[in-house]
Write a protein that binds this ligand. Structure first.
Ligand SMILES: Cc1cc2nc3c(=O)[nH]c(=O)nc-3n(C[C@H](O)[C@H](O)[C@H](O)COP(=O)(O)O)c2cc1C
Length: 334
């Protein structure tokens, strides 16, 4: 039976639910995470944070670490290609008391993989064991890994990788069901989630497995939970422009009607987000960052070309408000 349920991690930690917000570089900053928590996210992740940047005490890197206002539980996600700087980085991470430390073994960006980090870790499963062992020894904080199927079709190391992470002491695993070579398309193959879940059960491991890949609507999450047996789902692109996707999923899991948003609701969410960004950064920065989210909020709405065009130049909240005004008269539920 699929349900909205807590996820036990250790004797001292149980996550309150199984609907997660993914780490998304350039998106899951404090304002967006706060909005997703208000929209029902049970557990959230920072953007990926460079271990090397932390070890150098880089200001911009350290700025990624704090939690959002209502973020009682969150993971700080780290990326690294080798552990030399890890202890120095952890000394800083510890100060923020994250609920979990997650290791990125999925990023396909060459700038990251050429240092051995992100999805390049998939080529060297023993290294994840070493990394997790160091984190647990140094911090005592529950630790997880988020990984892909493998580097490419010829090198699908996810089972070996999961085993190595568990040997190192991992407390939770997340699989993005694509290879590094696939990037973010074509479709994720959820069969790999089923295979990994079965593999873990055969090993007698009860480590929670979270599924990622192509969760664009609440209904997708229901399908993933039903088809694969994963313990929880992690929304990524599906939450961008729809931070209430978590509550929508919760409603479906409770066999209630999915709460739909009107055009006015969407515009209000967009403006709430914009104001939150302005509170965290400054107004021009907020307006620039908002450009990435506008398409998501306005998806499915008619007459939005003008707003998108205005967003490309907008540097004030006022100009967003002016551009959005004509959209709020429509009460169509979308
Ligand atoms: C713009 C963007 C940024 C991402 N940044 C991260 C990241 O910092 N760390 C990470 O583990 N995954 C990152 N991912 C991967 C997502 O967390 C997720 O696993 C992936 O998008 C698959 O889910 P989806 O198909 O539902 O979007 C990123 C994905 C995108 C599209």
């Amino acid at each position: 039976m699929i349900s909205h349920h807590p996820i036990p991690i250790t004797d001292a930690l149980t996550l309150k639910g199984n609907l997660f917000l993914a780490p998304l570089a350039g998106y899951t900053d404090v304002p967006f995470r706060q909005l997703c928590i208000e929209g029902g996210a049970d557990f959230t992740y920072t953007e990926m944070v460079s271990v090397e940047g932390l070890a150098r005490e880089g200001e911009k890197t350290i700025a990624l670490l704090p939690r959002a206002k209502d973020e009682k539980e969150y993971a700080i996600q780290l990326f690294l290609g080798e552990p030399a700087s890890l202890r120095a980085a952890l000394a800083i991470v510890k100060e923020y008391r994250p609920t979990m430390i997650d290791i990125n073994a999925g990023c396909p960006v060459p700038k990251v993989t050429k240092t051995g980090a992100g999805s390049a870790l998939m080529k060297n499963p023993p290294l994840i064991k070493e990394i997790i062992r160091i984190i647990k020894e140094e911090t005592g904080i529950p630790t997880s890994a988020k990984f892909r199927i493998g580097w490419d079709q010829e090198s699908r190391t996810y089972l070996e990788f999961a085993d190595a992470a568990i040997d190192g002491g991992a407390d939770l695993l997340t699989l993005h069901a694509r290879t590094r070579a696939q990037g973010y398309a074509p479709r994720a193959d959820w069969e790999y989630l089923t295979t990994l879940k079965t593999h873990l059960a055969q090993k007698g491991s009860s480590i929670p497995l979270i599924g990622s890949g192509d969760l664009f609507e609440a209904e997708d999450a229901i399908r993933m939970l039903r088809q694969t047996g994963v313990d929880g789902v992690m929304f990524a692109r599906g939450a961008v422009g729809n931070p209430v996707i978590f509550n929508q999923t919760k409603a479906l899991l409770e066999e209630k009607e999915k709460p739909l948003l009107t055009a006015t609701d969407k515009v209000n969410l967009l403006l709430t987000h914009l104001h939150a960004l302005a509170g965290h950064y400054d107004e021009p920065t907020a307006c620039t960052l908002m450009r990435k989210f506008v398409g998501g909020y306005l998806k499915g709405m008619p007459h939005v070309a003008k707003v998108k065009q205005a967003a490309v130049q907008a540097l004030t909240i006022r100009s967003y408000e002016d551009a959005l005004r004509h959209l709020v008269s429509s009460e169509d539920r979308i």
